[in-house]
Write a protein that binds this ligand. Sequence first.
Ligand SMILES: Nc1nc2c(ncn2[C@@H]2O[C@H](COP(=O)(O)OP(=O)(O)O)[C@@H](O)[C@H]2O)c(=O)[nH]1
Ligand SMILES: [Mg+2]
Length: 344
Amino acid sequence: MIELRLNAQSDIASVMQGFQVGSACALAEAPQGRILFGSWSGEDVVIVRTAEYCWEINCHGGTIAVHRICRDLAAAGLRSDIQGAATNESFPGKIERVTNEALLKCRTRKAAGLVLAQQDGRLLKFAEDLQSESDDRSRSARQHMERWQSVAQHLTKPWRVAIVGEPNVGKSSLINTIAGLQRSIVSATPGTTRDLVEVEIVVRGWMFQLIDTAGVRTGSDSLPEQLGIVQSLALLGDCDMICLVVDASSERFESALIDRLKKVEVPTCVVRNKCDIPSEPGNTGVPLFASSLDSVNAIKCIFDASAKTGVGISELLNWIADTAVPEEPRTEIALPFVELFGVA
Ligand SMILES: Nc1nc2c(ncn2[C@@H]2O[C@H](COP(=O)(O)OP(=O)(O)O)[C@@H](O)[C@H]2O)c(=O)[nH]1
Ligand SMILES: [Mg+2]
């Protein structure tokens, strides 16, 4: 709700000309307490005269709509106050609060730099673009939102990468090797005495959490079942990528695995671990496995690696970072925080 106070000299008809009042009663003649329905540059509003020179303007559409009306009123030289539970925070105030809260949660210099840069008025401009009456402007703002929302969200929380695979293929070893190579581990949750369950790492200034699914509450070592669990996590927005580990030296697969993989929509890579071990003579599993995987859409990349020698680890980390952030945000762009603009 916006409260508008005029003074005795104000010509209500001219200052409020932005209002299109649907009711028969003109604004200037409206008695106190009369509810008038109308619109303000396309925004539905309900206006009530609460005192001789005082008006209540109610609109929906959240803080952006309120801010826009206040801006128009200010441009007409009018003083307005925003009141009421739903809108007691102006949109610029909300931007400041959301970005300050985000800043506190940033754990890399890059994330903090991007969040800080958002405080220069660009989010307000972006909000106006979204609300614009020009189709082109609002369409391109919506496209911008779809493109950058995930990056905005992950400035303050890591992307989650589930490491799945049959027992003994080397999932825990891979995580341990990555943790050992990566100097910027942020946190590590121990599972058993040997295995890490979750490790947070930084790649190119972005945060990632690697999750050892065998260690994580799945209660199941069966790979198809693990994938089912990961898939449900993904549906909950709790898993952004899957890294499927197979043993390159004795590659084998069940059809249940392929069936499961076909249902997975999360970007997935296959790591053929233990590539340091020479393949068993006559092992035909490898090409067979690879060609079966061709039918799986979610699989974007297959590469060889060794948790023992470190071969292939940087490729894996590159794939993870490229998948999360296919295009690095330029410092001047607006990053649409969900808290401000909702979900695209
Ligand atoms: N030669 C070789 N051995 C590996 C490699 N990765 C894991 N291992 C061994 O494979 C066994 C199972 O590894 P682990 O990480 O516990 O597998 P997980 O059950 O999938 O977590 C262990 O004895 C590891 O030392 C690798 O890249 N090369
Ligand atoms: Mg393990």
